[in-house]
Write a protein that binds this ligand. Structure first.
Ligand code: ADP
Ligand code: ADP
Length: 224
């Protein structure tokens, strides 16, 4: 992922808000990068641009050498809130990206959903409704859904922020296990310094608004 002098100015009724200024950095293939920074410094804005959900006002984002113009299948995204379909069971939520892309769900998609649910520790919950699950379990469903299309890149925007400390810790270790089995390029937004240190190959710290990358912190131990 390559960011080149990225800038974002939002036009609002009260005037322009500059969210990002001159952000340049590269994330290597299969690198796990965390981004830390105060609220409102532009982290979500940055992530939405990688996902193709928001067009930069200036500069560019490229993924695998191609400029990001629109959402794509090889990028999975996990939001702060699980955003599951409340009327659909766990399995139907996980296969949703396949339905969205092709209009139908194949037995292979369901098989893959089963594998992913097993990977996130939710075997046996396929037919449950989201409301029957805890917040942590719903977030695991969101992770399985993001992985369904086997994306090369996984983006996570404070995926654990609504969870209690113990669940967060367990989820952190689960992620490590998942990515050691299937390496991915990951950009992970978090407020937790310990989570960033535990999970990442590299930590980027963003300044106050308008955000630009302030420092790059090398994690000495991290994922060993
Ligand atoms: P963070 O994720 O670091 O908390 P955001 O990327 O959500 O920060 O927001 C960065 C800045 O851009 C904030 O000042 C926010 O209010 C503003 N902003 C974000 N999205 C929009 C939008 N769609 N319209 C106007 N302003 C926005
Ligand atoms: P010390 O203070 O002796 O360096 P810690 O108490 O910080 O050690 O950490 C003990 C173990 O718990 C380490 O393996 C560390 O990676 C892990 N750990 C610490 N904080 C977290 C966290 N938030 N999530 C997951 N594991 C953690």
């Amino acid at each position: 992922i390559r960011f080149d002098k990225l800038g974002q100015v939002f036009k609002t009724r009260s005037g322009p808000t500059e969210a990002l200024r001159d952000v340049s950095f590269d994330v290597a293939r299969h690198e796990f990068v965390s981004i830390l920074g105060p609220s409102g410094c532009g982290k979500s804005t940055l992530l939405r641009m990688i996902a193709g959900l928001l067009k930069p006002t200036s500069g560019s984002v490229a993924v695998f050498g191609l400029r990001v113009e629109a959402p794509r299948d090889d990028i999975g995204i996990v939001f702060q809130k699980p955003t599951l379909l409340p009327w659909a069971n766990v399995e139907d939520n996980v296969v949703f990206p396949a339905r969205h892309k092709t209009g139908r769900v194949t037995p292979k998609d369901r098989e893959r959903a089963g594998e992913l649910l097993k990977m996130v520790g939710l075997s046996g919950f396929e037919k449950r409704l989201p409301e029957e699950l805890s917040g942590g379990m719903q977030q695991r469903v969101g992770i399985a859904r993001a992985l369904l299309m086997d994306p090369d890149i996984l983006l996570m925007d404070e995926p654990f922020s609504a969870l209690d400390a113990l669940t967060r810790e367990v989820m952190g270790f689960d992620l490590l296990r998942i990515f050691s089995e299937r390496p991915k390029t990951v950009v992970f937004i978090t407020h937790s310094v310990s989570e960033a240190a535990l999970l990442s190959d590299r930590v980027l710290v963003m300044t106050e608004r308008p955000g630009s990358i302030l420092t790059e912190v090398t994690v000495p131990v991290g994922r060993t």
